[in-house]
Design a protein around this ligand. Structure first.
Ligand code: CA
Length: 444
């Protein structure tokens, strides 16, 4: 789940920054259906760009141009090898044949699989792109329009309506940029070609199950290149776990039924550990003398203990619930704002495991609720490391003996902890921020 949600972010971010029309070309509707099983929705000509024909940037052996061509040539036999697995979970031969007979791989996805622009964006870029006056206004309009649905869903799942709406807004700009790729074709491609086949085989099988059950209309089971669909971008396996039929029409339609969509997203957060009545977190001022070694995901302390360490809200207001436990995130280091993150931030991270993304969701939720923008400035003058520089930084940290996992250019808690430790060793403020200065020092 983890990595894949990140792929979705890439799709959404690209769409959000470059304009939805450029990245998610609307390639028309599928033909009208007749009979009980609609015609295949697959193998259609797309106006999207073709595969570059180049090897992927990951360097993974299954991502070389030769490996991709070979896997594409074996696509039919790969799909047939999946049939017994589908049969075992109750997919009929008729349904399997209907949705796979004309299936061809969408190799353009291989370019997207190895290109993740979001990880070279700063936190402030994310917030600028995802939390805009337009998105706040649209979200408030939806909250008003579906007030009674939200009332009922909040009662049923105990999940804050503003957060559900913020996910809706951040994932697809409320359904405007969800992508138009048939989920069956995307997941089949990824199940047979490239470096994540085992993971996507399960997604492909789950997508077939959705079609067999008739939860989502076949022509509406479209989405991002990684197979996420609907306004809040459910992956097929997440759909299986969390989707609910809230309007009681017998179908769990997270694409076209607003009650199903809102309730299923709330149920996902509920199952991810959402604590009713708590917020996601607070912006805090971190004193320059603070011991930044304490800013670690693993260190959950009661807010009153953080207050003893000198942390305060920028407006000076008291924390409403000082016994709630939180960890401190300082995403841009000593020169940017700090955030105390409650259990609900972790629940949002389970929905979408990128910190910047989860922060955008939390912040958009606050803005929808009527809260003001963050108070403290971001260090916008800082050079944001490129993907290549990020990879290099992780490789250098590994060479210095740190465990940052497999260097992949994606920074998480491990990389930040390693940076903190290295900064402390060279006499810098150990704020964990991957600055150009840190990279320079590591190169020496
Ligand atoms: Ca329904």
């Amino acid at each position: 789940m983890r990595k894949t949600r990140c792929f979705l972010i890439a799709a959404v971010m690209v769409a959000a920054s470059a304009g939805a029309a450029a990245q998610n070309p609307r390639d028309g509707r599928y033909p009208a259906t007749t009979g009980t099983i609609p015609p295949p929705v697959l193998g259609r000509q797309s106006v999207a760009p073709e595969w570059s024909g180049e090897s992927g940037a990951s360097g993974h052996p299954l991502m070389t141009a030769e490996a991709i061509r070979a896997a594409a040539a074996n696509f039919r036999s790969c799909i047939e090898r999946i049939w017994p697995l589908a049969s075992r979970r109750g997919i009929t031969r008729n349904v399997f044949a209907t949705y796979t007979a004309q299936l061809t791989p969408d190799l353009r996805i291989m370019d997207l699989l190895d290109n993740q622009p979001e990880f070279t964006k700063s936190f402030w870029d994310y917030l600028d792109i995802l939390v805009t006056p337009e998105r706040i206004a649209s979200g408030r309009a939806l909250l008003e329009k579906y007030r009674t649905v939200f009332d009922t869903v909040e009662k049923a799942y105990g999940v804050d309506r503003y957060t559900v709406t913020a996910i809706w807004g951040v994932e697809t700009n409320y359904g405007a940029i969800g992508g138009e790729r048939p989920v069956i074709r995307s997941t089949a491609t990824l199940a047979c070609v490239g470096r994540r086949q085992t993971y996507f085989r399960e997604e492909f099988l789950s997508a077939l199950e959705i079609l067999q059950r008739g939860d989502v209309r076949p022509d509406r089971l479209v989405g991002s290149w990684a197979g996420a669909f609907g306004p809040t971008q459910f992956m097929p396996t997440a759909f299986k776990r969390y989707a609910v039929d809230f309007d009681h029409d017998g179908r769990r339609d997270v694409v076209d039924s607003v009650p199903d969509l809102i309730a299923s997203t709330a149920n996902n957060l509920h199952k991810a550990g959402w604590v009713n009545g708590q917020t996601w977190g607070y912006e805090v001022v971190v004193p320059a003398t603070f011991n930044f070694m304490l800013a670690d995901h693993a260190r959950m302390l009661p807010i009153r203990e953080w207050e003893h360490q000198g942390l305060a809200r920028p407006d000076g207001k008291p924390f409403p619930r000082p016994d709630d436990r939180a960890f401190l995130l300082v995403p841009a280091g000593v020169q940017g704002p700090g955030f105390l993150m409650l259990a609900n931030f972790r629940a949002i991270m389970k929905y979408n495991p990128a910190e910047a993304y989860a922060l955008a969701i939390g912040h958009l939720a606050d803005r929808l609720r009527g809260a003001p923008p963050f108070v403290q400035p971001w260090p916008r003058y800082e050079h944001v490391l490129s993907r290549t520089e990020r990879l290099e930084l992780q490789q250098l940290l590994t060479r210095h003996g740190y465990d940052v996992g497999e260097p992949d250019g994606q920074f998480g808690a491990k990389t930040r902890a390693a940076i903190r430790d290295f900064q402390a060793k060279i006499g810098q403020v150990p704020d964990g921020f991957a600055s150009a200065v840190v990279l320079e020092r590591l190169r020496k």
